[in-house]
Design a protein around this ligand. Structure first.
Ligand code: MN
Length: 239
């Protein structure tokens, strides 16, 4: 490598780093279909009682019509005061939160994150328990050693996460699969995430997701929800 190509490589590296830090993620990040500002509460892809006995109808109703609807409404209120950001896709807003005026950044982080996370989450659950395909099991096992190791790591991270938040399976920009958790309504798209990348699977570990049925027994909720994960959807997201 001569001096000139060496310098070109250094510049390319620096530019790459700069692009990464300043976002957006160079991924197919448009995971959640439909809608822009003003955002609307998407209907659940199944009836409220469809996930019984694993998740009860009352929890689903309060979670969707109460919590998720509030995230949508507060996100719209914040964006009403930010006309320059209204035309961005929600993923673009979330990957570039650091560009928002500080007066509205936390609201968009919490409520935009809440809207994205729940819109992503509902279709990842299914009323018809299904087994992961052998192709998916193979792909996951290659990353985590075995399917059981993957289940153990993900549910353990979800169980141990302190307070409200989410546990995630993430595909990083280099194509690695990683497990991580985020606090509150943060997600791996955000510049604040420890592991950034494309979310493949997210598990809501806020108490509002399980408290009516499981009270403080988060691990029982996690064992239950494992039965109704839509592995077809996970496989499609993995690509
Ligand atoms: Mn929730």
């Amino acid at each position: 490598m001569n001096r000139r190509t060496f310098l070109a490589s250094v510049v390319a590296l620096l530019l790459g780093g700069w692009r990464w830090r300043s976002s957006p993620l160079s991924l197919d990040i448009y995971i959640v279909p439909g809608g822009g500002y003003p955002y609307e509460l998407p209907p659940l892809p199944y009836p409220y009682e469809a996930l019984e006995p694993y998740i009860d109808a009352q929890t689903m109703r309060v979670h969707h019509q109460g919590h998720h609807a509030t995230y949508v409404s507060n996100l719209n209120k914040a964006l009403a005061e930010l006309p320059a950001f209204q035309s961005l896709a929600l993923e673009e807003l979330l990957t570039q939160l650091d560009k928002l005026p500080s007066s509205h950044r936390t609201t968009v982080r919490n409520h935009g994150g809440g809207h994205w996370n729940h819109t992503f989450f509902w279709p990842l659950l299914t009323p018809k328990p299904q087994s992961p395909s052998s192709a998916l099991q193979k792909q996951i096992s290659a990353a985590f050693g075995s399917w059981d190791a993957f289940r153990g790591q993900l549910l353990d991270a979800a169980a141990r996460h302190f307070g409200s938040g989410w546990a995630w399976l993430v595909k990083t920009p280099s194509g690695q699969l990683q497990i991580t958790t985020t606090p509150n309504q943060d997600n791996p798209l955000m510049p604040y995430a420890e592991v950034r990348g494309k979310p493949i699977l997210g598990i809501d570990v806020w108490e509002h997701a399980y408290y009516l049925k499981y009270q403080n027994k988060r691990t029982e909720y996690l064992s239950a929800i494992w039965n109704i994960i839509n592995w077809e959807k996970v496989e499609a997201l993995l690509g």
